[in-house]
Design a protein around this ligand. Structure first.
Ligand SMILES: [Ca+2]
Ligand SMILES: [Ca+2]
Ligand SMILES: [Ca+2]
Ligand SMILES: [Ca+2]
Length: 277
């Protein structure tokens, strides 16, 4: 089951070849290879493993960078007139993207405002989750393995389990597009999203251990990039969700780099807001 679930997600990604030639910023951007391992003291089966770069908008034709990590690419913010250097252009505490998703004006401070607390570590503040009708105490409100904050960025529905749907009808499920950091609302994908390889898994000292690698992770040039790795596990609903989040801040890079997730980067979601800075 685990193999099947993992393989169904990974096979497509591993099959991707090297990036095709193309124009624009992508060829000047550094790329990271991120390796890591996690041993967890639980018998629950691994269900999903994904990485997101908060400074990179979901990929369409080619990487578009998101300087303020609010889920709106810099070019998109230019079109909207919002500030590409501020996640909250009007200063009411609620991010530009959340305000757009909630039907508010990101350029007009409105009530209710949003405080800074993100209790579940999904990159949405508690008050932002309130605006969107999500559960501020649960990283993945609809239980489809895609964290709420990522779904808001991708354009999928964080309140309805739609990871196995194909929102843009391009033959790639929302889950696969999320794994590749591709835009789930656009059938135009450049075809060189993130690629995931599960290197090894097994049991050691009654713990489950996973070793993995992400390649093709585009980085915003000349800036610190904020990466998040999420693992979610199958378990009975009555026991509540089990997930782990790793928070990585990658210093400015000018060329391809390799990064290893340090052991102290891992947190349970309820603790993540204290440490993911
Ligand atoms: Ca932005
Ligand atoms: Ca705002
Ligand atoms: Ca949250
Ligand atoms: Ca979800």
């Amino acid at each position: 089951m685990v193999r099947r679930l993992l393989t169904s997600g990974f096979a497509l990604l591993v099959a991707c070849g090297p990036p095709p030639p193309g124009p624009g910023a992508a060829h000047r951007a550094p790329v990271a290879r991120v390796s890591g391992a996690l041993c967890i003291d639980a018998t629950d089966r691994l269900r999903n493993l994904l990485l997101t770069n908060l400074n990179l908008a979901p990929i369409r034709r080619e990487p578009e960078f998101d300087s303020d990590a609010d889920g709106l690419g810099d070019e998109r913010e230019g079109e909207l007139g919002t500030d590409a250097a501020k996640r909250d252009s009007d200063g009411d505490g609620c991010s530009d993207l959340v305000e757009l998703r909630a039907g508010r004006d990101p350029l007009q401070a409105e009530q209710p405002a949003c405080g800074a607390m993100d209790s579940d570590g999904d990159e949405l503040r508690d008050d932002e989750e309130g605006l969107l009708g999500l559960d501020p105490a649960v990283l993945d409100t609809d239980g489809d393995d895609l964290p709420d904050g990522l779904e808001v960025v991708l354009g999928t529905d964080p309140a309805r389990a739609d990871a196995d749907a194909d929102m843009d009808g391009d033959g790639s499920r929302n889950r696969s597009e999320a794994l590749a950091h591709q835009d789930a609302t656009s059938a135009v994908n450049w075809g060189n999203g993130f690629r995931i390889t599960l290197m090894d898994q097994g049991t050691m000292h009654r713990q489950q251990c996973f070793q993995f690698r992400f390649t093709g992770v585009w980085l915003l040039p000349g800036a610190t990039n904020r990466l998040r790795v999420y693992l979610t596990f199958l378990r009975p609903a009555a026991e509540g969700p089990l997930a782990r989040v790793a928070c990585l801040n990658i210093p400015p890079a000018t060329g391809p780099i390799s990064v290893t997730v340090p052991a102290d980067a891992w947190w349970a979601p309820s603790q993540a807001h204290l440490h993911c800075r």
